[in-house]
Design a protein around this ligand. Structure first.
Ligand code: ADP
Ligand code: MG
Length: 564
């Protein structure tokens, strides 16, 4: 494609556009992709380090989570962004293994670079990599272990492995239990929708105080102090319209000629609010969740009627409430009928760590649970949340697919060995590409060893020899440095974490390798320093990123260098 384009004399580029072709384009893109992978490599595994990311407004994120790091880094280079997408795909599809996928992609690019230098054509490389990836999938299937749906112990191990080395580490047993319970609670015939698991973060207390509540927790207080704290067997109204007299009606010019008229006008407003509340009473609502505001006067009337009301509830909370209570969100109060009401056995305002929240429990319509995650500071709670999200993802994935593989680098060693055997059957120049692929996946056990302060060569040698003896589950214990049976140790991950990582890493590497011509529109500024004065281009927009990336290669190298 690109070559054809190159031969087309009819294409006229604008004077300002920048063009890089052939090996220059390839090596520029490879360098960028490798740099991204390198930037997250040190976070891999139980002994991986965390990163502190500070954005331009001074917000601080401390994390070990690959995809979070890459998203926060605000990467502009287009090829580098393709690697970031690998992490995003991994996050969406399985919820864990983001660092692994990016590190493998970077290594595939690195190994490809060596072969390109030996004049192996990128197309051959791409073919070889694809063949290797297909074979890799089979090898992983072969070493995978089936998991029964009701095997709580192994599901908890999976959740726990996903949280190893994260901020949640110290409480991972408790959290793993909660995560498995939560996923189980929302599982039904149609599968598992983790959207039904709400995560409510509470700053205060310890991570160990985290708990699972069946139902939905809304992080708001009731609007009026005279409202009750509890409602039993409550009918719940869900409104996404304000309980106010429309602003426009108030703003409209009212010609008042004497005080009576003003009073009349105000009475009329009160009358309208009264009618709204009366309608809620008539329909039988005991609790009202309103996504918008509630007028002071209406609050007063609601309190008089003994109705619990919450205003400015989050949209996501409204959805969760609708699912859990079986209610329907209504946009016009007077359209509300008793059919639209949801039901909850208990609605109560309770205090957690000094924050008042509304607990909606004993819901029967749909299964919905809330994980209350606690921690001493906001940064701790945020990182616990990210680790928990990973754990939710792996448990869901395992229940979907029913297969796991041992962790600690075991599957990657099995892959490397299996692929080297497979390479012999490939022949031709593609064989070199398959071998390069096999070398590339070794990066995972090597990095696990490096991050644990172990000698990577010694570890790899021992891992390979154990695998050669037929121990498919032999992996590296990052704490002791011993090569042990990972399955026995309970270090297991869903098969799909590995197959998805290989698949998207390969796709991205192949896509980057096949590019031999980069044409960037010259009138797009961007990159490093000129972001600020370029008002027309939103920074980070696709076009801006492209231009910035091209022009700013030097900047990229420099910026990323700081991270390594
Ligand atoms: P990712 O973003 O790829 O999930 P992590 O930092 O979570 O990166 O590290 C995952 C790697 O750590 C996997 O290869 C996993 O098998 C490994 N791992 C997890 N727990 C252990 C353990 N106890 N011992 C050795 N390796 C482990
Ligand atoms: Mg992980």
């Amino acid at each position: 494609m690109a070559q054809q384009m190159g031969n087309q004399p009819l294409i006229v580029l604008s004077e300002d556009s920048q063009r890089t072709s052939g090996r220059d384009a390839q090596s520029m893109n490879i360098t960028a992709g490798k740099a991204v992978a390198e930037s997250v490599r040190t976070t891999l595994g139980p002994k991986g380090m965390d990163k502190m990311l500070v954005d331009s407004t001074g917000n601080v994120v401390v994390t070990n989570d690959g995809v979070t790091i890459l998203k926060e880094m605000d990467i502009e280079h287009p090829a580098a962004n393709m690697i970031v997408e690998v992490a995003e795909t991994q996050e969406d599809e399985v919820g864990d293994g983001t660092t692994t996928s990016v590190v493998v992609a970077g290594e595939l690019l690195g190994k490809a670079e060596d072969l390109l230098e030996q004049d192996i054509h990128a197309t051959i490389l791409a073919q070889g990599y694809r063949q290797a990836a297909a074979e890799a999938k089979e090898i992983l299937e072969d070493i995978s272990i089936e998991v029964a749906e009701d095997d709580t112990e192994i599901l908890e191990s999976i959740a726990s492995t996903a949280m190893t080395g994260k901020g949640a580490e110290a409480s991972k047993d408790l959290l793993a239990g909660l995560v498995v319970e939560a996923v189980r609670a929302v599982a039904d015939d149609e599968g598992i929708d983790t959207d039904n698991i709400k995560v409510e973060k509470v700053v205060g207390g310890a991570v160990d105080d985290s708990e699972l509540v069946e139902g939905v927790i809304v992080g708001k207080e009731r609007v009026h102090d005279n409202m009750p704290y509890f409602a039993e067997d409550a009918n719940v109204a869900l409104l996404d319209t304000p309980i106010e007299v429309r602003e426009t009606e108030i703003d409209a010019e009212v010609n008042v000629t004497d005080p009576d008229q003003l009073q009349q006008f105000l009475d009329q407003e009160e009358q309208q609010l009264r009618e709204m509340v009366d309608h809620l009473v008539e329909v039988g609502a005991d609790v009202v969740f309103c996504q918008k505001g509630i007028d002071d006067m209406a609050q007063h009337y609601l309190a008089q009627e003994g109705i619990i009301a919450v205003r400015r509830a989050k949209k996501s909370d409204m959805k969760a409430l609708a699912r859990a209570t079986g209610g329907r969100i209504v946009s016009n109060i007077f359209d509300l009928t008793d059919e639209d009401l949801g039901f909850a056995g208990s609605v109560a305002q309770k205090d957690i760590a000094g924050d008042e929240k509304i607990f909606v429990e004993d819901v029967e319509e749909a299964r919905a649970v809330t994980l209350i995650l606690r921690g001493g500071t906001e940064h701790v709670v945020d990182e616990v949340e990210r680790a928990t999200e990973d754990a939710l993802g792996v448990v869901r994935t395992t229940l979907d697919e029913g297969k796991v593989v041992p962790g600690g680098g075991a599957p990657e060693i099995a892959l490397a060995l299996g692929l080297r055997d497979f390479a012999d059957s490939v022949g031709g120049r593609e064989q070199l590409a398959v071998e390069a692929f096999a070398d590339a996946v070794d990066v995972i056990p090597r990095t696990l060893a490096e991050n644990a302060g172990l000698d990577p060569i010694d570890s790899l040698v021992e891992l390979r020899s154990k695998h050669a003896e037929g121990n498919d589950a032999a992996g590296l214990d990052a704490y002791t440095g011993d090569v042990i049976d990972m399955e026995g140790e309970g270090v297991v991950e869903p098969l799909r974490v590995k197959t998805q990582a290989i698949e998207s890493a390969t796709e991205a590497a192949v896509m980057i390798l096949r590019i031999d011509d980069v044409i960037a529109a010259g009138d797009l500024k961007g990159g490093g320093g000129d972001d600020g004065d370029d008002e027309d281009m939103p920074p980070g927009g696709p076009g801006g990123g492209m231009g910035g990336g091209m022009g700013g290669m030097g900047g990229m190298g420099g910026g990323m260098g700081g991270m390594m």
